[in-house]
Design a binder for this molecule. Structure first.
Ligand code: SAM
Length: 186
């Protein structure tokens, strides 16, 4: 990781509560997983100010991959774009503005190695229904806030478990991170 990215991530951690950023441990895990999987195409729902996006992009620089990230709060997306440019990863990130489900339905048809769900906790099940067809066989869905927002995300947990093509585990990271490995097509 270059010095600008290290410094920017450290600066962003001082405002993590305000921008609802994922924990450093969880971001580090996503970064490692992308490199382990040699993921090429990653989708993120919930950009905020780009903290997790910077961790994802850092790994994608190594794999030669690309991140598409969706945010409906324009001010936050502007800040994220500035952070991506500052850290030299603007060219490997596509920022989409709008409601995650609408953007996926109308603008996204690619297949993804990894999808990171981190937008509205009450809408996780709708996000799952939207992204499931876009996850490659052998791909992964990660979702944050599984233990911190247990009640809200339960319909999502039920859906990804019951559909029968994901191996599912909740990881003991801050706020709880669900990992679903898509081992077969539906
Ligand atoms: C938990 S924060 C994302 C944090 C970010 N992944 C990080 O760790 O740096 C959730 C973000 O999702 C956005 N959001 C919530 N509902 C959304 C929706 N339906 N479509 C797009 N973005 C949404 C919020 O505005 C917020 O910035």
């Amino acid at each position: 990781m270059d010095n600008t990215t290290v410094q920017t991530l450290s600066d962003l951690e001082t405002t993590a509560d305000k921008f609802w950023n994922v924990s450093r441990q969880s971001a580090n895990f996503i970064n490692m997983l992308i490199k382990l999987m040699n993921a090429q195409n990653v989708l993120e729902l919930g950009t905020s100010n780009g903290y997790s996006g910077l961790w994802i992009a850092d790994a994608l620089k190594e794999t030669g991959g690309h991140l598409t990230t969706i945010e409906f709060w324009e001010k936050r997306q502007c800040i994220a774009r500035e952070n991506f440019q500052k850290c030299g990863v603007g060219d490997i990130i596509t920022c989409k503005i709008g409601d995650a489900c609408e953007v996926i339905k109308n603008e996204i048809s690619a297949q993804f190695d990894l999808v990171f769900i981190d937008a509205n906790k009450g809408e996780y099940v709708q996000y799952f229904e939207a992204v499931h067809p876009l996850v490659k066989k052998g791909g992964v869905i990660l979702a944050d806030n599984i233990t911190s927002h247990a009640g809200k995300v339960q319909p999502f947990i039920d859906a990804i478990t019951d559909i029968g093509c994901y191996q599912v585990q909740v990881l003991d990271l801050p706020d709880g991170m669900l990992m679903g490995y898509k081992y077969k097509e539906q």
